[in-house]
Design a protein around this ligand. Structure first.
Ligand code: ADP
Ligand code: MG
Length: 331
């Protein structure tokens, strides 16, 4: 346990705030030293790939500070980054966070906001065994910005890339999809870290991605990275989340459309050879839910097979981060 040097950790002033963070940040075996110096010092396993990922969340774009609590925003910011480590079947170890705090945030002081954000960030990190080892805290006359960077390492089997899919592979996902934005579920990502590690142990995972932009868009990334392969998805087999049904009732798009196109489900989508697929489906690792949704084909392009035998091209619709407004592209 680190003891804060200097001012008491009452959270007042920049240095008090940092002492307050320092007193609450977890120390794990991977951390030689954490908050309180110019850098954090980490220990990784020799010979393993170091995994590093960063994601920035903007008020009005990825969350709404008028609606969502700072704790929720912190949990989401940490969770989406942890999900990227899960998508490589890696072990997340440490995180740093940079925040731009709005100076005029209603009645809330920038310091109170910083502390509540930290609770969300640190809580999500702690639940996943990850140490928050540093960051940067700034305030400005602009909206809230939260950027998280997570460091992790590959297991002894190496990282699972997007690029390893092969024709004949089976495509699986770890949970139901769609409607996370409408329901608010996007604010509570559940990074599938233990699920990914269990799957990586149990089978030869060829390619994997986390569903952040939407199933069709994210699977398309696997297809392109794997040498412009294709996939046929079975419409009947797509696991539609109850939130997608509710979203569909609200906007007239079909629940299936929502499941294929909405993002921020943070489930894993991966491909394995047919033998591994059959084995995993017959006997999934403990606490892992699996749905078989389709097959990888040598001819490129994503297609959707309907129960009546019709097969139609599927646009890799999904979230375009550089789109003009914060909406999902229409199907
Ligand atoms: P420096 O000026 O050397 O960059 P800072 O004053 O920015 O140092 O930060 C002091 C210490 O507090 C550093 O260890 C830094 O990583 C940590 N820190 C600053 N902001 C945060 C934050 N929001 N969450 C966690 N650690 C933080
Ligand atoms: Mg700094």
């Amino acid at each position: 346990v680190s003891t804060p040097a200097g001012p008491p950790p009452d959270g007042s002033g920049e240095f008090g705030l940092i002492a307050w963070f320092r007193a609450r940040a977890e120390r794990t075996a991977a951390v030689a030293f954490g908050i309180g110096d110019d850098c954090a010092g980490l220990r990784f396993t020799p010979g393993r790939e170091v995994l590093i990922t960063t994601d920035m969340l903007l008020d009005g774009r990825h969350f709404l500070s008028a609606e969502h609590t700072p704790e929720q925003i912190g949990r989401k910011a940490m969770g989406v980054n942890l999900s990227d480590i899960a998508a490589m079947a890696g072990v997340p170890l440490a995180a740093v966070v940079s925040v731009g705090l709005p100076l005029h945030h209603g009645s809330r002081s920038a310091e109170e906001l910083a502390r509540r954000l930290f609770h969300g960030l640190n809580g999500m990190a702690r639940e996943c065994g990850v140490a928050l080892v540093g960051g940067d805290t700034n305030a400005w006359d602009g909206p809230l910005v939260v950027s998280v960077t997570v460091l992790g390492e590959a297991t002894e089997k190496g990282p699972v890339r997007r690029s390893g899919a092969r024709p004949g592979d089976v495509v699986l996902v770890t949970g139901r999809l769609g409607g996370s934005l409408a329901s608010g579920r996007h604010l509570e990502p559940r990074p599938r870290i233990s699920e990914a590690l269990a799957l990586h142990q149990a089978a030869n995972l060829h390619a994997m991605i986390d569903v952040s932009d939407g199933l069709a868009a994210d699977l398309n990334h696997i297809l392109e990275e794997s040498g412009n392969l294709g996939a046929v998805l079975s419409a009947m087999a797509i696991p539609v989340h109850p939130d997608a049904e509710r979203a569909a009732a609200g906007d007239g798009r079909s629940p299936l459309d929502h499941a294929l196109g909405d993002g921020e489900d943070f489930e894993l989508c991966f491909t394995v050879g047919p033998d591994d697929a059959n084995r995993l489906l017959a006997e999934p690792p403990a606490r892992v839910t699996l749905y078989r949704i389709g097959d990888i084909t040598p001819e490129s392009g994503l297609r959707l097979a309907h129960p009546d035998g019709r097969v139609e091209p599927l646009e890799p619709m999904g979230f375009d981060h550089l789109g003009g407004d914060a909406e999902r592209s229409a199907p």
